[in-house]
Design a protein around this ligand. Structure first.
Ligand SMILES: Cc1ncc(COP(=O)(O)O)c(C=O)c1O
Ligand SMILES: [Zn+2]
Length: 414
C-alpha cells in the first residue's frame, strides 16, 4: 500500500489519490464522502512521539508526516496552529471538575479553526497545479481561505450568505477575495458554489467535498495530544455545523491510536444549536444514516446549517467511537459567550461558545466528577461577531467628563 489511499464511507471502495479528486463517483457528493486511510505499517513505523513539540515554529506542518500532502511542497507562509491549550483552574474549581482545558483556536491567523483546513487546501491546490480556489462558507472558512490565498498569491472566489457577520465579510474584502454575497442561506450558497466552481475548474475548498481538508483540521486533535503530553482528556467538546470539525477530532485521535501513540479515545461530544440540529436528527434516526435536512436558524451563524454536507462521516465516526451529541439553545449559547470570557479570558464567537454551552449542559446533568478531565474547543474568536453578545449585554451609559459624576457612576455600578 502507498502511504495513504482514499476510501468511500458509503460503499467502501478504495481509490488511489490519482484516481479521484473529491468524492466517490459511484455514491455522489452527499453520500460518497471519502476518508484518507494511511498504511497502518507506515503509521506504526514512522510516527513517533518525540517528533512533535508543544509549540513548534512550524505550526501544523510539524505533523506533515501525518498529512496527505507532498513533502517539500508549497506551504502558505502564515503560522497556522500552535494555538494555546489553557488549563483553566478557575473554571474547574468553580464547577468541581478535575480539569478543564480550553483550546483557543480563535488565535489562528484569520481568527478561526478553519485556517487548519485552508492551509492544507492551499498546499494541495498548488501541488495539483491550481491557481484559483473557491468555497462556500458561513463565513470563517471563507475568511480563512481568502487570507491564506492572499499570503500565497492565489486567487479565491467566495460564496457566502450576505447575512454573515460584518467582521467576516470585511475580512474577505480586506484580503482581496472575489466575494459573492448570496441573498440566501449557506445551504443555497453551497449548491451554487459547486455548480460554478467545478465548471470553472477552480480548486474546491468545501470541507465535506474535499477529503484532504479534514486532515488539516485533525491537527487540532494532534496538537491537543502533544500539549497534554499524550494523556488525553476524558471528554472533548466541539460545535457542529456541516460535521467536519467533529469528524476531524475523531480522525486525529483514531490516527494516533492506529500509530500506537495513544491507547484510548476520548469521548468526543458534538454540540449543535437547537435550531440547526440536522446532524443530531440524522444520528438519532439510526443506521443506515440518511440526511435529515431542515431549514436552520441559530444565533451561532457559523453552525447555522440545515443541509449538513458531512453528516455521514460525523454520524459514522460518532457511532464507531461511542461518542455523544448534545443540543443547546441560542440563549445558552449567548450566556456561554459571557461566562467563558468572564471565567477564562477567552472571548469566543457564538459557534465557539456553543462547545462550552454543551459542556455546561452535560455538567448540569451530573456527568462529571472532580477527577474528570475535559477539553473544550473554541473554534472562532469573539471579535468576529460583536452583535451576538450585545443582544444580552447591558448597554453602556455615557458619563459626563466630570470627576464627581464619574465617582458616582462607579459607586452605582458596583
Ligand atoms: C467557529 C466555527 N465553529 C464550528 C464550525 C463547525 O464546523 P463544521 O461545519 O465542520 O461542523 C464552524 C464552521 O463554519 C465555525 O466557523
Ligand atoms: Zn462509494
Amino acid at each position: 500500500m502507498k502511504r495513504f489511499l482514499l476510501r468511500c464511507l458509503h460503499c467502501g471502495k478504495e481509490y488511489d489519490p490519482s484516481e479521484v479528486e473529491y468524492t466517490c463517483p459511484h455514491c455522489g457528493d452527499r453520500m460518497g464522502t471519502l476518508e484518507i486511510v494511511y498504511d497502518p505499517d507506515y503509521l506504526k513505523k514512522t510516527i513517533k512521539k518525540e517528533h512533535y513539540e508543544e509549540f513548534s515554529p512550524k505550526g501544523i506542518w510539524q505533523f506533515e508526516e501525518l498529512l496527505p500532502i507532498r513533502e517539500n511542497g508549497w506551504r502558505p507562509p502564515l503560522l497556522v496552529g500552535n494555538t494555546p491549550l489553557y488549563d483553566s483552574t478557575n473554571l474547574a474549581g468553580k464547577l468541581g471538575v478535575g480539569k478543564i482545558f480550553i483550546k483557543d483556536d480563535g488565535r489562528n491567523p484569520t481568527a478561526s479553526f478553519k485556517d487548519r483546513a485552508s492551509a492544507v487546501a492551499v498546499a494541495k491546490a498548488v501541488e495539483k497545479g491550481y491557481d484559483t480556489l473557491f468555497c462556500a462558507s458561513t463565513g470563517n472558512a471563507a475568511s480563512s481561505l481568502s487570507g491564506l490565498c492572499a499570503a500565497s498569491g492565489l486567487e479565491s472566489y467566495i460564496f457566502v450568505p450576505a447575512s454573515a457577520p460584518t467582521a467576516k465579510l470585511t475580512q474577505l474584502q480586506v484580503y482581496g477575495a472575489n466575494v459573492i454575497p448570496i441573498d440566501g442561506s449557506y445551504d443555497e450558497a453551497f449548491d451554487i458554489s459547486m455548480k460554478i466552481g467545478l465548471k470553472e475548474n477552480w480548486y474546491c475548498r468545501n470541507s465535506a467535498i474535499n477529503p484532504y481538508l479534514l486532515e488539516g483540521k485533525k491537527t487540532g486533535a494532534l496538537e491537543m495530544a502533544v500539549q497534554l503530553n499524550w494523556k488525553l482528556p476524558d471528554f472533548v467538546f466541539v460545535s457542529v455545523g456541516d460535521g467536519t470539525v467533529l469528524s476531524s477530532f475523531y480522525k486525529g485521535f483514531m490516527d494516533l491510536k492506529e500509530a500506537k501513540l495513544i491507547d484510548k479515545m476520548p469521548t468526543v461530544v458534538g454540540v449543535q444549536a437547537e435550531g440547526a440540529d440536522a446532524v443530531i436528527r440524522a444520528y438519532e434516526k439510526g443506521e443506515p444514516f440518511e440526511p435529515e435536512d431542515i431549514s436552520a436558524f441559530s444565533v451561532a451563524d457559523s453552525i447555522s446549517v440545515g443541509k449538513p454536507r458531512d453528516f455521514l462521516k460525523a454520524c459514522l465516526y460518532t457511532k464507531r467511537n461511542n461518542g455523544l451529541f448534545v443540543r443547546v439553545s441560542d440563549e445558552e449559547i449567548l450566556d456561554s459567550i459571557i461566562e467563558l470570557a468572564k471565567t477564562t479570558g477567552v472571548f469566543a464567537e457564538p459557534a465557539g461558545a456553543t462547545a462550552f454551552a454543551g459542556f455546561k449542559k452535560l455538567h448540569r446533568k451530573g456527568l462529571f466528577t472532580d477527577s474528570t478531565r475535559v477539553a473544550i474547543v473554541i473554534t472562532g474568536n469573539g471579535l468576529k461577531d460583536l452583535k451576538a453578545p450585545l443582544k444580552i449585554l447591558k448597554s453602556l451609559k455615557k458619563v459626563p467628563a466630570n470627576l464627581d459624576r464619574v465617582r458616582e457612576a462607579i459607586k452605582n455600578d458596583s
